[in-house]
Structure formats: structure tokens, C-alpha cells
Design a protein around this ligand. Structure first.
Ligand code: PMP
Length: 400
């Protein structure tokens, strides 16, 4: 059960937007932050701020210990074998770019192929193109389910990697990543999982999944912006060249030659966002205290309730109706443009996202310009779904 007073931990929710109580349903874009995370950032800059790893003084040592403690916390959170398999980045986008750049330099040459799914975020498409790979997309059904038979047929001797999202940010589909990974490994191909939309909704155990890389962002799991994680299997990370050069990632530097630091520091060049990493640790604590299963159950209830409500309205078309879905509801109202719907909802205090959600190939697949997307988090309520329903009912005559 989620405690009734959960919303009191999220001060931002208690405000008006355009004269109406704010109903925040844009959680797939970013979640709001609980007081414990906000206070951690405040406390860090009040009493702990120092550059880490290189200092001998008190503040540098405490900041370093706190930072490294979160690495171990993340390791446990996603079930990694070693804490040095956890690399802190700025977010999912940087995590995927890191792998595309380093893995790409080592293993991808012109004509090589990367299998992605047809529902990837641009962050899991463009980095592979920049790395010089040819993309082979896995098609998906009208309901938003990947076609695994077609996937099997995509493997060729040129396939270097499979890169798929765990949960689609547009359709909500929870992809069968375990099966996708097993199938890739049967061909000797490693797999990167984009977990940006998964970590706050489904329990993740990277060893059980067997994935080679797993990427996610702090800000989509109640943590701060500007911090994310790239998990990579030790054997692979050890072989890969560094992503960026600079401080901390080196062992020795001369003008002729540089040797690199051990994992994970080889991939963490420059001063990291220490306060944000500590905030990420608090966000993990926040979710674990509530219980991931409780969060998932609460969101599943909201998704079912919202789906039933919306389908009672005339002219609603849902996109993404796979049985295994996270709390994302993409829809269109008749032939109305999603921006019009989003703007009218905003005037009534309802925050949803409109557009292609950085998944233009998904829009092309359905032949639509974009969708309206409502996405739920642990602090949302059935009353807020009612507010969305009432607002849609009210604006329908203006749209039809
Ligand atoms: N992948 C998916 C599935 C996403 O939903 C997002 C964020 N919308 C990203 C990648 C990129 O995440 P970030 O902007 O935090 O780097």
C-alpha cells in the first residue's frame, strides 16, 4: 500500500496552474522529487561540497565516501555483481552515447549492424548511427508488441549489438528483455538495455536479465536531473577504450603516452555531479522504503482505471495496448492535433506531454503526427484521473 500522505513529500504538487489544482501527469518525461531528495541536495551544498577522489582533507574524504556509497547502493539496486560495473553519467542519453562511442570504436565498422526495436527513443537510435552502424529495427504489432520471430531473422554475421528499451516511453510496453537477451546471446551478440522508463516501475536485476549494458536516468526515478547510470559487465568494460579524456580517468600521463585508471574511473572523466549522485541514492531509498511492488501495483491500478475512463469518451484512440504495460497512456482525440489537446488540458491545470516523444519512427509506424501522453507515478491518484476525464469531456466539443 502507498501511504495516503505520500503527496506531502512532494511540495511541487501543491500548487495551482492557470487557476486550477495542478494535475501532474508527465512523469515519463520526468518525475517530481520527494523532500528527502531535495534536502539531500541542500545538505550537500551546505555542509559537504568538495571535489572528490583527489583530496586529502575532511570534506573531500566525506564527499568521496558518500559518492562511493551510492555506487554500492546502485549496484545492489540493480543486482550488479561488482560496484565497479556502475558508471555515473549525466543520464540515459549520455550512458548510451558512452557505450556507442567506446563499444563502437572497438567493434563497429562501416557495414556493421545494430538491431534496435522499432519503438526506441531517439537516444537509442542516433548514437548508433553516429558510431557508423546500420540499424535493423524489430517491427511491432498494432498493440505495441515486438515481433520476436522477425527479430530472430534480423541477425546476420554483421550484427554487432542489440539495443532495446525495457519499457517504451510512448507505448508503455514492457518488452520481454530476458528473451530478447537470450536470443541475442545465442548468436554471440551482446545486448544493451535502455532502462530509462523501467527502473521506477519494474524491479531490475541485471544478472538475472543477463544484459551486457543497462542504462538509466536519475530524474525519471524521483532523483535529480543531471545524473544517470551506465551498468556494464566487467569483462566488456575492461576491454573498451575510454569515452572522454581528462581528470580521474588516467593512471599516468606524459606528453607521449597516457595509461588509464581502473574501472569504473576509466569512464568517469572530470568532476562528476556529486550532489546529484547523493540525491540519486536518496531516491533509491525512497522507492525501496515504499516497496517497488507497491509502487508498481499502485500505478497498474491507475493505468487500468484511466484506460477504462478514457475509453468511455467518444473518439479516443489509444496507442499501446499490450497486456504487459507500464503506466503510460498515449492517445488521440478524434482527428485533433495532440498539441491542441495538450494546450486545452493545460488551461485546466492538467500537465500531459504531446508530440512524438522522441520516438518519430513510432509515429511513422502508426501514420500520426504525435500523441497525447499521460503517465503516472506513485503520487498520482484516481481523483487526478477523474480530473483528466472531466477535462477531456469538457474540451471534447471544442475539438470535434
Ligand atoms: N530512453 C527512453 C526510453 C526515455 O524515455 C528517455 C527519456 N525520455 C531517454 C532514453 C533519454 O533519457 P534522458 O533524457 O534522461 O537522457
Amino acid at each position: 500500500m502507498i501511504p495516503n500522505n505520500i503527496r506531502s513529500q512532494f511540495p511541487i504538487l501543491d500548487q495551482q496552474a492557470h487557476g486550477h489544482p495542478l494535475v501532474y501527469l508527465d512523469n515519463a518525461a520526468t518525475t517530481q522529487k520527494p523532500l528527502s531528495v531535495i534536502e539531500t541536495l541542500d545538505a550537500y551544498y551546505r555542509s559537504q561540497n568538495a571535489n572528490i577522489h583527489r583530496g586529502t582533507h575532511y570534506l573531500a574524504t566525506t564527499a568521496t565516501e558518500a559518492y562511493e556509497k551510492v555506487r554500492r547502493q546502485v549496484q545492489q539496486f540493480i543486482g550488479a555483481r561488482h560496484s565497479h560495473e556502475i558508471v555515473f553519467t549525466r543520464g540515459t542519453t549520455e550512458s548510451i552515447n558512452l557505450v556507442a562511442s567506446s563499444f563502437g570504436k572497438r567493434y563497429i565498422t562501416a557495414g556493421d549492424e545494430v538491431i534496435v526495436s522499432g519503438m526506441e527513443h531517439h537516444s537509442n537510435i542516433v548514437p548508433w548511427q553516429l558510431a557508423g552502424a546500420t540499424l535493423r529495427p524489430i517491427p511491432f504489432s498494432d498493440r505495441g508488441e515486438l515481433d520476436l520471430c522477425a527479430y530472430e531473422r534480423l541477425f546476420t554475421p554483421q550484427t554487432r549489438l542489440v539495443a532495446v528499451c525495457h519499457v517504451s516511453n510512448t507505448l508503455g510496453t514492457i518488452n520481454p528483455v530476458r528473451q530478447i537477451i537470450d536470443m541475442a546471446h545465442a548468436h554471440g551478440v551482446p545486448v544493451l538495455v535502455d532502462g530509462a522508463q523501467a527502473v521506477s516501475h519494474v524491479p531490475v536485476d541485471v544478472q538475472q536479465l543477463g544484459c551486457d549494458f543497462y542504462c538509466f536516468s536519475g530524474h525519471k526515478m524521483y532523483g535529480p536531473m543531471g545524473v544517470g547510470v551506465m551498468y556494464g559487465r566487467e569483462e566488456l568494460l575492461s576491454e573498451l577504450p575510454p569515452y572522454q579524456g581528462g581528470g580521474e580517468m588516467i593512471e599516468t600521463v606524459t606528453f607521449e603516452h597516457t595509461t588509464y585508471n581502473q574501472l569504473p574511473y576509466k569512464f568517469e572523466a572530470g568532476t562528476p555531479s556529486v550532489g546529484d549522485v547523493l540525491g540519486l541514492g536518496k531516491a533509491i531509498e525512497f522507492m525501496q522504503q515504499l516497496g517497488l511492488k507497491n509502487i508498481a501495483d499502485h500505478e497498474a491500478d491507475l493505468l487500468r482505471y484511466a484506460t477504462d475512463c478514457l475509453l468511455r469518451l467518444p473518439g479516443i484512440r489509444l496507442f499501446g495496448t499490450a497486456p504487459d504495460k507500464a503506466s503510460v497512456l498515449s492517445f488521440l482525440v478524434g482527428d485533433s492535433h495532440p498539441y491542441d489537446v495538450g494546450t486545452l488540458l493545460d488551461q485546466l491545470g492538467i500537465a500531459v506531454r504531446t508530440g512524438h516523444h522522441c520516438t518519430q519512427p513510432v509515429m511513422d509506424r502508426y501514420g500520426i503526427p504525435g500523441t497525447v501522453r499521460a503517465s503516472f507515478a506513485v503520487y498520482n491518484t484516481r481523483a487526478e484521473v477523474d480530473a483528466l476525464y472531466a477535462a477531456l469531456e469538457r474540451i471534447l466539443p471544442m475539438l470535434m
